[in-house]
Design a protein around this ligand. Structure first.
Ligand code: FAQ
Length: 311
């Protein structure tokens, strides 16, 4: 079926490992969408104009919607959404550690949308052809919206770059802080073992997982291929904005037909996946609080559905 390029649908037979890998990736993805609302969401009450507030509100709501599409896709694999949320709240399933960085200034909302959503589009566009039908269909909607977010982030940064020197400095500072989380964390571990891995007798965390995910058609490209594609996209855009990407190793490589970029500190990467940092704890606590506050809405929806059914 996979060899014929056909998608796997919920009622088709599938190996347990395939189901587990899909569930892990879709759940992590869904959790990332809803936890990812928090850094930008913290600026909703402080947007500099009504226009920017409306745009940011719509963007943050879109991320909630992406979470819903993805939880619905995960449910087709036989789990309940409440179980998935419980796993997030108890720290049994992960979300992208990118969002364990703070949004310190208004410019961060632009840098997050340009770089983080930009990385998400590069990572997720190939997932529109992922082998599991419900995930692929969710991705098509998500990617269309994410592409719009990237333009919104770029537009915000462009406005700051055309402003005062303080505004330009704010944009540069935000890009300086969000570049590495986007390049390293949004694409996952490297394809090959790093010297640090080899020294510790480890194979690279990403290698085996990625290889299996590609074999099953869940992922279409390796983490490093996608990372390179992202750098190639961003460099000319940064030049147009008049911003510098914080990596002195970035230069055009005529032979490869790609931009070279500096080495990533993978030991620091592994460290940033920890879920016991103050900000990671705060993200989950905020999420749990929102879930508890929303209990009455879920109860009302269930009561309404039961009443409609009884009619
Ligand atoms: N953060 O399994 P591998 C978005 C974990 S959506 C935390 O070898 P892989 C929208 C990994 O889970 C962003 N944990 O990694 C938005 C595993 O742990 P486990 C998310 C990480 O699969 C934008 C262990 O390390 N996108 O941004 C991370 O090759 C703006 C070993 O790793 C997706 O989920 C990490 N960064 O690569 C929202 C797309 N990296 O499960 C708001 C689909 C690794 O064994 C604002 N997912 N780990 O306990 C993927 O493409 C991949 O799963 C990766 C990870 C790239 C995330």
């Amino acid at each position: 079926m996979l060899a014929r390029g056909e998608s796997v649908e919920p009622r088709d037979w599938m190996p347990d490992g395939y189901r587990r890998m899909l569930l892990r990736q879709i759940a992590q993805h869904a959790h990332s969408e809803i936890i990812g609302m928090q850094p930008e969401g913290s600026w909703l009450t402080r947007a500099p104009s009504l226009y920017r507030k409306c745009v940011l509100l719509a963007k943050v709501q879109d991320e909630a919607g992406h979470g819903l599409y993805l939880y619905a896709a995960a449910e087709t694999l036989g789990v309940d959404r409440a179980e998935l949320l419980d796993a997030l709240h108890r720290g049994r399933q992960r979300y992208a550690a990118t969002f364990n960085h703070p949004a310190l200034t208004w410019a961060d909302t632009g840098a997050i949308a340009w770089l983080t959503d930009g990385a998400a589009v590069i990572n997720q566009a190939p997932l529109c052809r992922t082998s599991y039908g419900p995930y692929a269909r969710a991705m098509r909607r998500v990617c269309q919206e994410e592409a719009f977010h990237v333009r919104q982030g770029y537009d915000l940064l462009r406005a700051l770059c055309a402003g005062t020197s303080a505004q330009r400095a704010m944009a540069q500072d935000a890009v300086d802080r969000w570049w590495l989380p986007a390049v390293a964390l949004m694409f996952g571990p490297p394809d090959t073992a790093t010297p640090d891995d080899a020294g510790a007798g480890r194979t690279a965390v990403g290698t085996a997982v990625s290889r299996q995910a590609i074999a099953w058609g869940i992922k279409r490209h390796t983490n490093d291929e996608l990372r390179q594609r992202f750098v190639d996209h961003c460099v000319p855009q940064a030049e147009r904005l008049g911003l510098t990407l914080p990596d002195p190793g970035i230069r055009w490589n005529e032979e490869r037909g790609h931009y070279d970029f500096g080495p990533i500190d993978w030991a620091a990467y592994r460290d940033s996946l920890r879920d016991d940092t103050p900000l990671a704890r705060q993200r989950v606590a905020h999420r749990v609080g929102a879930h508890e506050d929303g209990a009455w809405v879920r109860e009302a929806a269930v009561a309404y559905a039961a009443r409609e059914e009884a009619r």
